[in-house]
Ligand binder design. Structure first.
Ligand code: LFR
Length: 469
C-alpha cells in the first residue's frame, strides 16, 4: 500500500496485492515467508516504478516469529499461530507458570497461541537450541530488508513476555519457560528508524539504498487503532477482520483479577498508550464457512448471502464465537451445527440463516465485550468505531449498533495500512500528534453511520441463551 500524507491529504493506493497462504508441512501449519518476502520485493519494485517512497514500514498479525541462528540465518519455517502444537501447552505449564502470575506481570489475555506458549511448546527442540535471535514477523522482514534486528514494542507486548509496567522483556518469565534472555532483541518504538535498504534489496526493487525503513506500530491491530477516526475521548473501537478486537484505548493498563477473569488484554499502543481489549473470533467464522461451502460446490458469493441474511429470521440460532472449536481451520458450518445441537438450538436451516447466525453472534460478542471493557476500566462509551475489512459488511455494522445500543461509525476498511503509514509520516514530519492523525483520517476517509434499532431486551435474551449475558 502506498500512502500520500499532507496537511489535509491522506490517500491510500494499492501497489501490489498477494495472498498470505499458510502452508502445511508435515503436521505443522506454517508461514510461507519466502513467498511473502518476494511479494514485498515485488511491491517495492512497483513503488520504485511510480516514483519511490520517503519511507517503508511493515506490520503483520501478532505473536508469530522466526528464529535466526548464530550466522543470522532463518532456522526452519515459522509456525502459524493456528498450528495445533500449542493445544494444551498452557495447561502443562500451569505449575511452573501459573496463569495468574503470567497475567500479573504481562497484562496479556490468555490465548493458547501466545508466543510464550509457542516457545514453551518448542522447548528442548534442536531448533530452539540453535537459535540466537527471535524476531517477530514484521521484525524478521525488516531484518531481511535492512540487516537490523529489533523487537517493535506494540507487537512485542503480544508475546506475553514483556513486563507491562517496565516495557522490558521479563527475565523471570523467560527463565520459567527456559528461554535465554539473549534470544530477545532490544525493544524498538513506533517512529524509530529501522535502517536503510540492503544492497540486494535496492538492486531487486530499484529503490535507492538510502530509502529509510521506519518502525511502525507493527502489530496490525495497533496500526488499525492509530487510524480510528475518533474525534472525542469517549470512543470504543472494534478492529474487525479475521479477528474482532474490541475495546478501549487507555493511558495505563488495567491488571486486576476481574480483568483477568474476563480475559482482557493490555497490549501496547503508540505513545505509551494501551489497547484494553478482548479478542473475538471475528470474520474468520464467515471466511472459513465460505471456503467450506466453495469446496463443497455450494454458492459462496458473499453479497447475495448477506442480502439473504438480512431478510432471515432474527435470533433463530446464536453461538459463542469464542468457543475453542472455532479456532482451527476447518468445516465451520458443521461445527456451528454441532454447537447449536449441544446448546438445545436448531441448527441454521440454510445458508442465509447460517450467515445470520454468524453475524448476530459476532454482534452479541461485540456487545458483551464492550460492556465489560467499560465496566472494568470505569469508562463511558459514546460511540463505537468499527474499522478494518469487517466495516464493509453493512449488516454486521447495523447489528453491532443494534446489539450495543450505541451509534457505530464504520470505516476506514484499510485502517491498518493507514495507521502504518501515518506513523511513518509522523516520524518524517508530515503529521503531528495522535489526535491530529485521527482528525486527518476522519476528514479524508469515507465513513458510514449506523444508529441502534430494535429492543435491547431481545439481545439480552439471545445472549442469555448461550451464557453471554
Ligand atoms: C489480528 C491479530 C490479533 C492477534 C491475532 C493473532 O490480525 O493480530 O490482534 O491476537 O491476529 O496474531
Amino acid at each position: 500500500m502506498v500512502g500520500r500524507v499532507g496537511p489535509a491529504t491522506l490517500d491510500l493506493s494499492e501497489a501490489h496485492r498477494f495472498p498470505n497462504r499458510p502452508v502445511r508441512l508435515g503436521a505443522g501449519l506454517h508461514w510461507d515467508v519466502p513467498a511473502l518476502f518476494q511479494g514485498v520485493l515485488d511491491g517495492l519494485r512497483q513503488v520504485a516504478r511510480s516514483g519511490g517512497a520517503a519511507s517503508v514500514g511493515i506490520d503483520s498479525w501478532a505473536v508469530d516469529y522466526g528464529l535466526l541462528d548464530a550466522d543470522g540465518q532463518l532456522l526452519g519455517v515459522p509456525h502459524h499461530y493456528r498450528d495445533a502444537r500449542t493445544a494444551g501447552t498452557a495447561e502443562t505449564l500451569r505449575d511452573r507458570l501459573p496463569a495468574r502470575e503470567l497475567y500479573e506481570v504481562t497484562g496479556i489475555q490468555h490465548l493458547p497461541f501466545n508466543t510464550v506458549f509457542q516457545l514453551a511448546a518448542a522447548a528442548g527442540s534442536a531448533q530452539l537450541a540453535a537459535a540466537r535471535t527471535l524476531l517477530l514477523i514484521p521484525d524478521l522482514f525488516i531484518h531481511w530488508l535492512t540487516g537490523t534486528v529489533g523487537a517493535e514494542i506494540t507487537n512485542a507486548s503480544t508475546t506475553a513476555l514483556l513486563d507491562a509496567r517496565t516495557a522490558a522483556w521479563s527475565g523471570p518469565l523467560l527463565e520459567r519457560i527456559g528461554v535465554d534472555r539473549a534470544l530477545l532483541p532490544p525493544v524498538r518504538r513506533p517512529g524509530d528508524p529501522a535502517g536503510t535498504l540492503l544492497p540486494y534489496v535496492a538492486e531487486q526493487t530499484g529503490l535507492p539504498r538510502d530509502t529509510p525503513v521506519t518502525t511502525v506500530a507493527s502489530h496490525d491491530t495497533a496500526s488499525a487503532v492509530v487510524a480510528v477516526p475518533a474525534t472525542g475521548p469517549d470512543f470504543a473501537y472494534i478492529s474487525c477482520g479475521t479477528w474482532s478486537l474490541a475495546g478501549l484505548e487507555l493511558d495505563a493498563p488495567v491488571i486486576t483479577e476481574a480483568s483477568r477473569a474476563a480475559n482482557f488484554t493490555n497490549e501496547r499502543g503508540i505513545d505509551g498508550g494501551f489497547r484494553f481489549l478482548r479478542n473475538i473470533m471475528g470474520m474468520w467464522l464467515l471466511s472459513e464457512t465460505l471456503s467450506t461451502w466453495a469446496a463443497g460446490g455450494l454458492p459462496a458469493d458473499l453479497p447475495p448471502l448477506l442480502a439473504g441474511a438480512a431478510r432471515a429470521r432474527p435470533f433463530a440460532a446464536v453461538i459463542d464465537p469464542d468457543a475453542p472449536e472455532f479456532l482451527p481451520p476447518g468445516d465451520m458450518p458443521a461445527r456451528i451445527a454441532a454447537y447449536c445441537a449441544r446448546t438445545g438450538q436448531r441448527a441454521p436451516a440454510d445458508q442465509a440463516a447460517m450467515v445470520r447466525c454468524i453475524l448476530e453472534s459476532l454482534a452479541l460478542a461485540h456487545r458483551r465485550v464492550l460492556r465489560t471493557a467499560a465496566e472494568l476500566a470505569g469508562r463511558d462509551i459514546a460511540v463505537v468505531h468499527l474499522v478494518g475489512g469487517g466495516s464493509r459488511n453493512d449488516l454486521l455494522c447495523q447489528l453491532t449498533a443494534d446489539a450495543t445500543g450505541l451509534p457505530v461509525v464504520a470505516g476506514p476498511a484499510e485502517a491498518t495500512a493507514l495507521g502504518n503509514i501515518l506513523v511513518q509520516a509522523r516520524a518524517h514530519g508530515a503529521v503531528g500528534a495522535l489526535h491530529e492523525m485521527r482528525s486527518l483520517v476522519a476528514g479524508t476517509q469515507r465513513l458510514r453511520h449506523y444508529r441502534p434499532r430494535g429492543e435491547q431486551r431481545d439481545w439480552a435474551a439471545a445472549a442469555a441463551r448461550i451464557g453471554l449475558g
